[in-house]
Design a protein around this ligand. Structure first.
Ligand code: S3P
Length: 176
């Protein structure tokens, strides 16, 4: 049944997956799962520390394992890490039992939204703007595999959440 499908948010760092996911879950009365948070809790360390101690490949392995696990759940709102699309298995697994929504944003928006925090190892460097532009160019096609793509530039998380709810009702993914 469509309404039991997970609602999965993908998109670049700073696209609003976590804040919108939390709002959306509260509005539609579903459980919210933040994949990065779960990985951190399970490992007992932050993602930044995990990258530093074990490298990115180790994190990607943990990420893929957790995605497989979470793909078996029902009716959850799931916020993923920005790099989840790098492994096609992840998207395949998430899509089996989920509707995938991609949140997009421009380089400037991402720069602004990620500027205040240093919790993202990939952006913890002086040439942050260049890194964002390059990663975004490399990944845009991957994010575009989603069922729905929503641009978040200059729009509040509340408005985006409302927009998503309209789309999900139209698609029969939530009761309207
Ligand atoms: C990453 C995004 C991060 C986190 C890790 C790697 C990426 O998640 O998973 O730092 O490769 O884009 P957010 O998108 O929640 O920042």
């Amino acid at each position: 049944m469509r309404h039991l499908k997970n609602i999965v948010l993908i998109g670049f760092m700073g696209s609003g997956k976590t804040s919108i996911g939390r709002l959306l879950a509260a509005k539609v009365g579903r459980r919210f799962i933040d994949v990065d948070k779960e990985i951190e809790n399970e490992a007992g360390m932050t993602i930044t520390d995990m990258f530093a101690a074990h490298g990115e490949a180790y994190f990607r392995q943990k990420e893929a394992e957790y995605i497989l696990l979470v793909s078996h759940r029902r009716s959850a709102v799931i916020a993923t890490g920005g790099g989840v699309v790098l492994n096609h298995e992840n998207i395949k697994n998430l899509g089996k039992n989920g509707v995938i929504i991609s949140l997009s944003a421009s380089v400037d928006t991402i720069l602004e939204r990620t500027g205040r925090r240093s919790t993202r190892p990939l952006l913890n460097r002086p040439d942050r703007a260049d890194v964002i532009a390059k990663l975004l160019a490399d990944r845009t096609e991957l994010y575009n595999q989603a069922d729905y793509i929503i641009n978040t530039d200059g729009v509040t998380p509340q408005k985006i959440t409302e927009e998503i709810i309209v789309l999900l009702k139209q698609g029969g993914y939530i009761r309207g």
